[in-house]
Design a protein around this ligand. Structure first.
Ligand code: APR
Length: 185
């Protein structure tokens, strides 16, 4: 499913984020930036050592106590098709009244503004926090799409944003979310 928001294309893709050829792909990282499972594991496995080396430098120079939830940093894409990986940390679901929605929106907004600052034109997101971090995807998808649509309406420069979903079910959830958000426009 595809739509135009502001001056940007917003596309829902069923697939593997590590296969996307956008300028950047976004990693659903944890504060350590030292890898993990899911998206994090796939990106480090396919992207290679270079990515981890740059993550270690970022930890040492900028975030000795770990990357705070909602913040974003950028590294090389290593062996991936994408030139860069933007690492962000989504919130762990804790019932929904501990600031999770705003922290999730920040993860998307900060990733987009970092991509813009770096002069990148196309970016792919996974469904942040909806795996190991347990954020119910029906809720996360609305927060994610709303945050991205609002950002793209206010900021020109990003040409294409992809949400890369890993299952038919997740795809359908994001399609419903996108229709809902656009109907309210
Ligand atoms: N491409 C696209 N989406 C994927 C892929 C992939 N290759 N692999 C998994 N996903 C989907 C999952 O199905 C889920 O919907 O990405 C979403 C996010 O899942 P996680 O990767 O578990 O990320 P998250 O829920 O944010 O948890 C982050 O998990 O891997 C660790 O180090 C990471 O501690 C951190 C935590």
């Amino acid at each position: 499913m595809e739509t135009i928001t502001g001056a940007s294309r917003l596309i829902l893709v069923l697939g593997d984020i590590t296969e996307q050829d956008t300028d950047a792909i976004v990693n659903a990282a944890n504060p350590s930036l030292l890898g993990g499972g899911g998206v994090d594991g796939a990106i480090h496995r396919k992207g290679g050592e270079e990515i981890l080396e740059e993550c270690k430098i970022i930890r040492k120079t900028s975030y000795p106590d770990g990357l705070p939830t909602g913040k974003a940093v950028i590294t090389t894409g290593g062996k991936l098709k994408a030139k860069n990986v933007i690492h962000t940390v989504g919130p762990i679901w804790n019932g929904g009244d501990k600031g999770e929605p705003e922290l999730l929106a920040q993860a998307y907004r900060n990733s987009l503004s970092l991509a813009m600052k770096t002069g990148l034109k196309t970016i792919s997101f996974p469904s942040i926090s909806t795996g190991a971090y347990g954020y119910p995807i029906e809720k996360a998808s609305r927060v994610a799409i709303k945050a991205v649509v609002e950002f793209l309406e206010k900021n020109k420069g990003i040409e294409e944003v992809r949400f890369v979903l890993h299952s038919e079910q997740d795809m359908r959830t994001y399609e419903e979310a996108l229709k809902e958000i656009l109907d309210f426009q």
